[in-house]
Design a protein around this ligand. Structure first.
Ligand SMILES: [Ca+2]
Length: 198
């Protein structure tokens, strides 16, 4: 009888550590929750972050009449050709070779026009600068009339690196911008990533 009791006690003593280890493992078990990320198709900004575009100079609503239309200019710098100026992308730009720099849009039709917007790349890498710009319009592409006289406009990434020129509505088939100054020390010509006509 004593022998049986001894064997039973020995079995209990051997089993005790494994029971203790099992309880410790349960206490230390890491709970992993798998969360499926939502499908993301574009850059998203959490609501707690300020909207960088909140202070951008607003563009008019409606069709940009210059987008993709034939454009004519003089000499350009390097690869920065005039067709970059109305391709709908602010990361491509036109840069003239010297001043004055004319760039003319054929709207391929006659439209009431009252605003021209000139945009640079909105990135702050493009430091603030002033460009002097006049706007002219024409019905035949040969005789042009001034819609907005030459004025200096401040480009600043804080306001979207864009400016807008508003004037009394004219009927226009062609719109021409004449640049006469760019204060940036990095270029000797006019620069525009997009020119929009409304
Ligand atoms: Ca562009």
């Amino acid at each position: 009888m004593n022998r049986i009791l001894c064997i039973l006690c020995a079995c209990l003593l051997l089993a005790a550590p494994s029971f203790a280890a099992s309880e410790a493992a349960q206490e230390n078990e890491t709970v992993v929750t798998v969360v499926k990320a939502p499908e993301q198709t574009h850059a998203e900004r959490p609501p707690c972050f300020p909207d960088p575009a909140a202070d951008y100079i607003p563009l008019p609503e409606g069709e940009n009449l210059a987008l993709g239309k034939p454009v004519i200019s003089g000499a350009h710098t390097d690869v920065y050709v005039d067709k970059n100026v109305n391709d709908g992308k602010t990361d491509t730009y036109w840069e003239s070779k010297g001043f004055p720099a004319e760039i003319t849009f054929d709207l391929q039709g006659t439209y009431p026009v009252s605003t021209v917007a000139v945009c640079l790349n909105p990135s702050s890498i493009w430091e603030p600068r002033i460009q002097e710009i006049a706007v002219l319009f024409s019905l035949d592409g040969e005789s042009f009339t001034e819609a907005a006289p030459a004025e200096k406009y401040q480009f600043d990434a804080a306001t979207g690196n864009r400016i807008r020129i508003d004037f009394d509505t004219v009927e226009a088939a062609f719109v021409r911008l004449v640049f006469t100054l760019n204060s940036s020390s990095r270029t000797g010509g006019a620069q525009a990533a997009e020119i929009c006509v409304y």
